[in-house]
Design a protein around this ligand. Structure first.
Ligand code: URA
Ligand code: SF4
Length: 212
């Protein structure tokens, strides 16, 4: 096929193991986002035992520096929601739809920029490979970017969050709001309600796990 658009596929390792994937992703040039980022932020969590995969949008400023997903302010919101839902984060595999931080300078700060459809598509082979290795029972998309990437462009988080959808990715698949969106709610009461909804969606997802 001539003129095929570039994506991450040529950078995938031959053998799909989490270690090989992580090492290979560090060298990915599947789109332009690696250039301005500090490092790749691959997924984190126990690949063999994790039964739930959580998929965010892309690393933020703190994640870019640390090389780990959801360790900044959004990560604290996620940690709290997981804990309220009775889920141990260290038993889940947490990753992002896009593995490099996209930003633009604003004075001394680096402002988050949403990845575009092309970047999300280019990065998709990594997410598919992670899911192929982890083989989760439940996949949860966090926010609109991940939900559209996983379930298609017609998925609306505001309308469809908390619903379970048919997906080849896992026996159970659902989406909820992005933890960062909660940080943007100024009204304390509204924020508390949203926190409760996020935790409830996560608890419902955990409820789909078979008895171990
Ligand atoms: N937001 C995301 O979507 N992912 C992270 O890892 C951090 C913030
Ligand atoms: Fe590769 Fe994804 Fe990084 Fe683009 S964002 S360079 S596709 S890892």
């Amino acid at each position: 096929m001539s003129g095929a658009a570039a994506d991450a596929t040529p950078f995938l390792p031959e053998r799909l193991s989490m270690k090989a994937l992580r090492e290979a992703a560090a060298e990915c040039r599947g789109c332009g986002l690696w250039e301005d980022a500090t490092q790749v932020v691959f997924g984190a969590g126990p690949p063999r035992s994790a039964r739930m995969v959580l998929v965010g949008e892309q690393p933020g400023d703190r994640e870019d520096r640390a090389g780990e997903p959801f360790v900044g302010p959004a990560g604290r919101v996620l940690d709290r929601a997981l804990s309220d839902a009775g889920i141990e984060r260290r038993e889940t595999y947490v990753t992002n739809a896009v593995k490099h931080f996209k930003w633009r300078p604003a004075g001394k700060r680096r402002l988050h920029q949403s990845p575009n459809a092309e970047e999300i598509r280019s990065c998709r082979p990594w997410l598919d490979a992670e899911l192929a290795v982890v083989k989760p029972e439940v996949v949860v998309a966090l926010g609109a970017t991940a939900a559209k990437a996983l379930f298609g462009p017609s998925f609306r988080v505001t309308r469809d969050r908390g619903k379970f959808v048919e997906s080849e990715l896992a026996a159970h698949a659902t989406a909820t709001m992005h933890p960062s969106s909660l940080l943007r709610i100024d009204d304390p009461e509204e924020r508390r309600i949203a926190e409760g909804e996020l935790a409830a969606d996560l608890a419902r997802a955990a409820g789909k796990l078979s008895e171990a």
